[in-house]
Design a protein around this ligand. Structure first.
Ligand SMILES: [Zn+2]
Length: 537
């Protein structure tokens, strides 16, 4: 049987229609929600958008797809789009550049945890099925003159339809884009394709440049004269822990029993810089922070750790997750998620206590002033149940799969809270080890990188564009603990800190507070963002 024939242009139009109809449910649902499905005008608006979205994809494909490349490019697009659509619908995520960066930095282990039956089903229906249908087609070969005219007609026609569609509904369209900018990140596959271009351009721009120095004048302040012991500050960067479920913040469940027993200093109103790791981690160690957020600027400059090193304090980044995101560039770091400790690791991942494994040996090796950053795996989803040992399976029933669609909200929250219990234990263990050592005057600061949605308004996981990220994704727990030796030698008044801990602060405070509490003098230090400033003498 001869294979049905089709021109490249027709194939492009068919593929674009397929995307508009089958791959944009999140987009259409969002439009109907914002405009009100009951108004006749909404349907007129949707018709115009249908034309615009289809024509835009025709235009985009028309620029890159040719007779010989059509099948491989479209097959790749069908498959990738199927995966993207699956996660957009299951977890209500938006594919903006931040989300794409997150996905690109996802490691194999994380990807394996995301595999589920429903993903395979969506890949089959939206990816493999259209690919197989397309493979049955024969793409016609035409004289080049005809091919050029057909392509020009497609491009000009698509462009005209985009303009006409937007023009007819100009007021509606501009109002929607003004008030709900993020909606454009629901148009699939345009969302991840344009995000990919943005990420590539940004990454290439910053890749080869050496980092610009920060705090070149950093030096130890006058209070360092006459110290008896070297100083040790442990900064714990948490993962996906949210303020709303933190026992010390008054959550209905006691998810932080050990820390409560230790009487640590708790900061109940802390806002994260980003809604995902890729944004938050570099941001919280930068002098720019969220207040003048500029991703490129942050990636181009040195971090807090470089300033500390310049001031004469050794730094060490210990990681149980996906690395320091450039914060420790050129400085000592240890990747521990591949460790082989049978008690803590299963060959794939390690529990967070691996981060304090051999802590004393590190102190022995680094006898001087030291800042250690511990980067947790924490509450990294969606496989919350794999983040804690059995002893912490206290809230039941739990959700024991990464396919959150198979669990009730109650199960998901139970597993999430169990993982918080384990972070509580890990932090208490870290503090116990710091108390037990006698070589350094020690302190610890813990803050999570961002929060997590657990089904509020249908949202799961994290990574919504910052402007619309709900409080669950940006409200993070933070605690601090100071040994008596650390407090007295740096003149820190713990009671004063406790009285002021209710004040709202943010990730922007980490950079300046660490410089402040360690009495490092530099012109980049800003007292207004140092939560210890009022309580030091
Ligand atoms: Zn994170």
């Amino acid at each position: 049987m001869p294979r049905p024939a089709i021109s490249t242009e027709r194939l492009i139009v068919l593929a674009s229609l397929f995307f508009t109809v089958f791959c944009n449910q999140s987009f259409w649902r969002s439009i109907l929600e914002h405009q009100g499905a009951e108004h006749a005008a909404t349907w007129l608006f949707c018709s115009a958008l249908f034309i615009v979205v289809t024509a835009m994809h025709c235009l985009l494909l028309g620029l890159v797809v040719h007779r010989r490349t059509a099948k491989p490019i479209l097959a790749a697009l069908f498959l990738m789009t199927a995966g993207v659509v699956h996660y957009m619908q299951d977890y209500k995520v938006f594919f903006d550049p931040g989300m794409l960066r997150n996905v690109l930095h996802t490691d194999i282990k994380e990807a394996r945890e995301l595999l589920s039956f429903s993903l395979l089903r969506d890949l089959a229906l939206l990816g493999i099925l259209p690919t197989m249908l397309m493979m049955r087609l024969h793409i016609t070969e035409r004289p080049w003159r005809v091919a050029v005219i057909a392509r020009a007609a497609l491009l000009i026609g698509s462009f005209a339809l985009v303009l006409a569609g937007l023009g007819l509904q100009f007021q509606n369209a501009s109002a929607l884009l003004r008030n709900h900018k993020e909606i454009r990140y629901l148009v699939t596959p345009g969302n991840y394709l344009t995000s990919a271009v943005g990420v590539l351009l940004a990454d290439n721009a910053g890749k080869h440049a050496a980092r610009l120095p920060v705090g070149e004048d950093a030096r130890l302040g006058s209070s360092w004269t006459g110290r008896r012991k070297p100083a040790l500050l442990v900064v714990v960067v948490g993962e996906t822990a949210r303020a709303a479920n933190w026992g010390l913040n008054g959550y209905a469940r006691q998810t932080t029993p050990e820390l409560a027993g230790l009487g640590v200093l708790n900061f109940p109103h802390v806002t994260s810089c980003g809604s995902n790791t890729e944004v938050s981690v570099p941001c919280m160690f930068s002098p720019f922070g969220r207040k003048d957020y500029d991703e490129k600027k942050i990636h181009r400059h040195e971090s807090l750790l470089h300033v500390l090193e310049r001031g004469g304090i050794k730094t060490l980044w210990r990681d149980n997750q996906s690395g320091c995101k450039g914060v420790c560039d050129g400085l000592e770091s240890q990747q521990l998620d591949q460790a082989r400790d049978p008690a803590l690791c299963n060959g794939e991942r390690c529990l967070d206590e691996i981060l304090i494994d051999g802590l004393e040996a590190e102190l022995d090796r680094n006898k001087g002033n030291l800042v250690i950053v511990l980067h947790q795996l924490g509450n990294h989803g969606p496989a919350y149940s794999q983040r804690y040992p059995d002893a912490f399976r206290q809230f039941t029933p739990t959700c024991d799969t990464a396919d959150l669609g198979k669990c009730s909200r109650e199960q998901i929250v139970n597993s999430y809270d169990n993982a918080l219990l384990y972070t509580d234990h890990f932090l208490a263990q870290a503090i116990a080890r710091l108390k037990a050592q006698t070589s350094h005057d020690a302190a610890l600061v813990y803050v999570s990188d961002h929060g997590e949605s657990l089904g509020e308004n249908g949202f799961y996981l994290h990574g919504l564009p910052y402007a619309i990220a709900p409080r669950e994704q940006t409200g993070v727990p933070m605690v601090a603990w100071f040994s008596p030796g650390f407090s007295s030698s740096f003149g820190i008044d713990a009671d004063c800190l406790k009285r002021n801990a209710d004040a709202p602060i943010s990730h922007d405070y980490l950079f300046h507070s660490v410089l402040g509490m360690l009495a490092v003098d530099t012109t980049v230090y800003d007292k207004a963002y140092d939560f210890t400033a009022k309580c030091r003498n």
